[in-house]
Ligand binder design. Structure first.
Ligand code: NAD
Ligand code: DAU
Length: 368
């Protein structure tokens, strides 16, 4: 089936973007998907192999900073919406090399906004009423919380602490300015930590699963008592669809699942799941592999999301609990060892070497 009805997704070959596109088709959404992705180390078109032959899906290899490509795609396909995921997304990499984060996350978002504005200005009638720019952002723009502080809400002041968080906060400010100054119909979502299938194994949960399966050390930064608020990735995808369909222009919606866990508790949960699901593993009990290593510089202590606005206004709810989501995630990685292998290229090995070789082990689990 071909279509003249499209949305433009940026960064759709990454972790959340590819889950979003697979879910978009699985839930029968009435528009094709144009996926603009530069296929950096984090982008993997194989994630989308099951839909790559559809007439209403197209992957375009290109950079969101490229004005010509974005202008041409908007003119040729006249999408109803831009759903903007493309970013450099790993905090540790932003500490080692912030340049790429400033370029893609700030300059890239600026380029999309100026192209979207030019496009929107020549739309009329239904096409103009329908058009939306949805900017996918993070809870990290709000900074860090003390243990007893209330969760981040949409009016919490920005206080980004890492180069990644600062670059995302900058992009959020640009989007806000394009709404207020130019009337671009944009909406922002700020979500907490996602987990699930297709997450690159530089991030905590897939890294721990991948290392544990190989009997490698499980690195926990600092004392492991930092808290993150975990959301299963398809719940984030349904939140984005909900905001796209009925979110109010110019608004921000916080998205989270109400699952605050310390990093150590997450790692211990994963080890217990692997013990249960990999009977007879030579590495059992997997918790023996836990190692406390030197902390991330400027490490935020706690994130927590107050999602009452999207829940009450748009009737969105997360459907997975942390327990069901984590079990599904581990089962997916166990069923897809080739996926981990295919993304663990020489460049990945180089990153793991450089990130962890310099982190002195502080103590073994239980010996703190
Ligand atoms: P990811 O790193 O897995 O994927 C990023 C994708 O963007 C990749 O496919 C990559 O090839 C592409 N990309 C990078 N630079 C590009 C460029 N210049 N032009 C075009 N494409 C480019 O990221 P993710 O974890 O899927 O995150 C997606 C978005 O969601 C990001 O904006 C991130 O800030 C946000 N977010 C992530 C989380 C999370 O827990 N992962 C939580 C909240 C918000
Ligand atoms: O909060 C949303 C953010 O979540 C997104 O905006 C980011 O794109 C995404 O990467 C994620 O950022 P975090 O820094 O929270 O995710 P990461 O998986 O890198 O780390 C999760 C926690 O685990 C964090 O406190 C650091 C810790 N950690 C991480 C790694 C990779 C470890 O203890 N050991 C590790 O080896």
């Amino acid at each position: 089936m071909s279509t003249s009805n499209w949305i433009l997704v940026t960064g759709g070959a990454g972790f959340i973007g590819s889950n979003f596109i697979l879910d978009w088709f699985a839930t029968g959404q009435p528009a094709g998907v144009l996926n603009l992705d530069l296929l950096t180390y984090a982008g993997n078109p194989a994630n989308l192999a099951s839909i790559q032959h559809r007439d209403d899906y197209k992957l375009v290899l290109g950079d969101i900073c490229d004005r010509d490509i974005v202008t041409r795609l908007l003119a040729d396909y006249r999408p109803n919406a831009i759903v903007h995921f493309a970013a450099e997304s790993h905090v540790d990499r932003s500490i080692v090399g912030p340049e790429a984060f400033l370029r893609t996350n700030i300059e890239g978002t600026f380029n999309l906004l100026r192209c979207a504005r030019d496009h929107y200005n020549q739309l009329t009638g239904d096409e103009r009423d329908r058009f939306r720019f949805l900017h996918v952002s993070t809870d990290e723009v709000y900074g860090t919380l003390s243990p007893e502080a209330p969760a981040f809400h949409e009016n919490t002041p920005f206080a980004p602490n890492s180069p990644y968080a600062a670059s995302k906060a900058s992009s959020d400010h640009l989007v806000r300015a394009w709404v207020h100054t130019y009337g671009l119909p944009a909406i922002i979502t700020n979500c907490s930590n996602n987990y699930g299938p297709f997450q690159f194994p530089e991030k905590l949960i897939p890294l721990i699963i991948s290392n544990a399966l190989q009997g490698q050390p499980l690195p926990v930064y600092g004392d492991g008592q930092q808290i993150r608020d975990w959301l299963y990735v398809t719940d984030h995808c349904s939140a984005i669809r909900t905001v796209l369909a009925s979110g109010r222009i110019g608004e921000t919606y916080n998205v989270g699942g109400g699952n605050q866990r310390s990093n150590l508790a997450v790692v211990e949960n994963l080890c217990a799941l692997l013990d249960a699901l990999c009977l007879g593993s030579p590495h059992e009990p997997h918790a023996q592999l836990i190692r406390f290593v030197q902390d991330r510089p400027g490490h935020d202590r706690r994130y927590a999301i107050d999602a009452r606005k999207i829940e009450s206004e748009l009737h969105w709810r997360a459907t997975e609990t942390f327990e069901t989501g984590l079990r599904k995630t581990v089962q997916w990685y166990l069923a897809n060892p080739n996926w981990i292998e295919s993304v663990s290229s020489g460049a990945y090995q180089h990153w793991i070497q450089s990130n962890y070789a310099t982190r002195a082990h502080l103590a073994e689990a239980g010996a703190r």
